[in-house]
Design a protein around this ligand. Structure first.
Ligand code: ADP
Ligand code: MG
Length: 321
């Protein structure tokens, strides 16, 4: 559905998006995750044709953006991360207003408005003024509006931010429903847990680059149900790291100031074996402890510091999407 190749956006010498490569297949519910400032909005705005890339290639639904921008735009429904002010405009009028902008004829607008408001649970609020809606309702109204021209692809920038838990659940249900109806959906969020339950695949972005991407189940596999064995080192770290690297049973996840973090299954037997073999190899161990890997710690590790500290297996995920 989406093919992004070597996409970059520079502001002066600052790279907001740096050589991004991403493929999102048709039918995916794709989560685009990363901390604030990672470059999610910049990427989304380029994909939607609202911002000109410094370099790179974007193809959507088989159409090349540079050659056929109108065809591409017709494939996309975009829900931005802000909602404007609409004085004296009722929900129904809001839909009619946008429908006319898209050039849809009046009868179709009326039919679509009914169907779409039903879909996002706002049918009974047709006559209500837009400005009196809750934030969650406004977000869902924005989704209904973005679907007026029946796009194959729906892109939402931080649709859950600022929503209370109930509104989040309602938004999630709407999106999962749309996905099951065949829409390809891309959602950005700065909270991985927010999208972990609903997305089929995920890309984790940091400092304008993709730190990891793949099927949600593969990404979760990197983290959840795995444990870390944290070994504190007395003495020379470099020497300790090179000794550990020589051991086939020890797989280094991360090197910290005085600690080496290994991936392990968490079983006592395995931990004993690893620690014994490290000691035999002459690694000066000051102590060791086990740490459970959670979605949050995975996300923190992928997005803090450089992606280079992450297990090289993660980078390979990119090819597997
Ligand atoms: N118009 C701009 N001029 C300069 N820097 C910008 C501009 N827009 C965004 N940036 C910078 O680009 C980076 C990525 O921003 P953004 O795409 O909004 O991140 P995200 O949506 O992931 O929070 C940020 O550091 C931001 O400050
Ligand atoms: Mg943003």
């Amino acid at each position: 559905m989406i093919n992004i190749i070597n996409l970059s956006k520079f502001y002066g010498r600052f790279a907001a998006v740096n050589n991004l490569n991403l493929h999102v297949p048709k039918g995916d519910l794709f989560g685009f995750v990363g901390p604030n400032g990672a470059g999610k909005t910049t990427t989304i705005r380029m994909v939607c044709g609202l911002l000109k890339p410094t370099a790179g290639y974007i193809e959507i639904g088989g159409f090349n953006f540079a050659q056929d921008p109108d065809r591409v735009k017709r494939c996309i429904g975009y829900v931005p991360d802000f909602f404007g002010v609409y004085d004296n405009l009722k929900v129904k009028e809001y839909m009619e207003f946008y429908g006319s902008i898209y050039g849809i004829d009046d009868a179709d607008i009326r039919r679509m408005t009914g169907d779409l408001l039903e879909l996002v649970n706002l049918r009974n609020l047709e006559e209500q003024y837009v400005d009196t809606l809750s934030r969650g309702m406004k977000q869902r109204l924005c989704v209904a509006r973005a679907l007026l021209h029946n796009p194959q692809l729906l892109i939402l920038d931080e649709p859950s931010s600022g929503l209370d838990p109930r509104a989040r659940v309602e938004m999630k249900e709407v999106l999962m429903n749309l996905n099951s109806m065949g829409k390809t959906i891309i959602i950005s969020s700065h909270i991985l847990a927010d999208i972990a339950e609903m997305c089929t695949s995920v890309g984790i972005m940091n400092h304008g680059r993709l730190a990891a991407a793949g099927k949600m189940s593969d990404i979760l596999e990197i983290g959840v149900d795995k444990h870390h064995l944290i070994i504190s080192i007395n003495g020379n770290m470099e020497e300790a790291v090179s000794r550990v690297k020589e051991l086939p049973e020890a797989s280094i996840w991360q090197v910290r100031e005085n600690e080496i973090v290994l991936s392990c299954s968490g079983e006592e037997d395995q931990i004993n074996r690893i620690v014994m073999s490290l000691m035999k190899a002459g690694v000066m161990i000051g102590g060791f402890r086990k740490e459970e890997q959670s979605l949050e710690t995975l996300f923190m590790q992928l997005t803090e510091g450089s992606a280079a500290t992450v297990n090289p297996g993660v980078g390979n995920m990119q090819g597997r999407m």
